[in-house]
Design a binder for this molecule. Structure first.
Ligand code: GLN
Length: 202
């Protein structure tokens, strides 16, 4: 049987995430069908879900308007894996410290938007990530930092600040793991043994 992956497609690097999921699935011998999520009703059919970056206030508004927000929460409550990146992390957090973002609360952290400042709007850094043997080439674009970590486990830090976390079935990164042809973060989120896709229930 094949897996169905959803990519929340209201904004952001949708095709890049879709490609990374396909490559990661292939590497694990999984046949993955990717669906773009622009409206309600699709997420309940998905085994795994990517939540791309973009602009968190806009994404927050669109997913609530389209009825996708509650479905993402139900997806995580059911123990299915979610990879939230950059603005996706901000919206999925329990505290985005911005009243224009109506948070989902599926990652128990507080985030600071645009935390790395103007001078360093965009940069790439090799990052040690728990669960990966070699450093990951992380691309940060007006990235948030994670300020307070409650239930989540820190997977990576940059400048002493957490930039990748795991909270149950959710992996979240402040950086963009979809932009380079390195799909190890997608593998970690979706296909590692610790991820929630359980072969026995398929
Ligand atoms: N700066 C954006 C925000 O705060 C996030 C940037 C991104 O997703 N690359 O919403």
């Amino acid at each position: 049987m094949s897996l169905v992956a959803g990519v929340v497609a209201v904004q952001g690097d949708v095709s890049e995430h879709a490609d990374a999921i396909r490559r990661a699935g292939e590497a694990h011998g999984e046949d993955v069908t990717v669906r773009e999520v622009r409206e309600g009703g699709i997420v309940p059919d998905c085994d795994l879900l990517a939540f791309p970056g973009g602009e968190s206030t806009t994404i927050s508004r669109l997913i609530h308007d389209e009825g996708i927000a509650d479905e993402i929460v139900a997806h995580v409550d059911a123990g299915k894996p979610l990879l939230a990146t950059c603005a996706g992390l901000i919206v999925a957090s329990s505290d985005p410290r911005d009243e224009r973002v109506d948070e989902l609360g599926v990652i128990d952290v507080t985030v600071e938007r645009n935390a790395f400042g103007r001078q360093r709007d965009s940069f790439e850094a090799p990052l040690s990530v728990d669960g990966l043997e070699e450093p990951f080439p992380a691309v940060f674009i007006r990235a948030p930092a994670i300020d307070e970590v409650r239930e989540a486990e820190v997977l990576a830090e940059f400048d002493g600040r957490p930039v990748a976390v795991r909270d149950g079935p959710v992996v979240a990164t402040a950086f963009h793991p979809e932009l380079l042809p390195d799909d190890r973060i997608h593998r970690l989120a979706f296909f590692a043994e610790s991820a929630g896709v359980d072969a026995s229930v398929r």
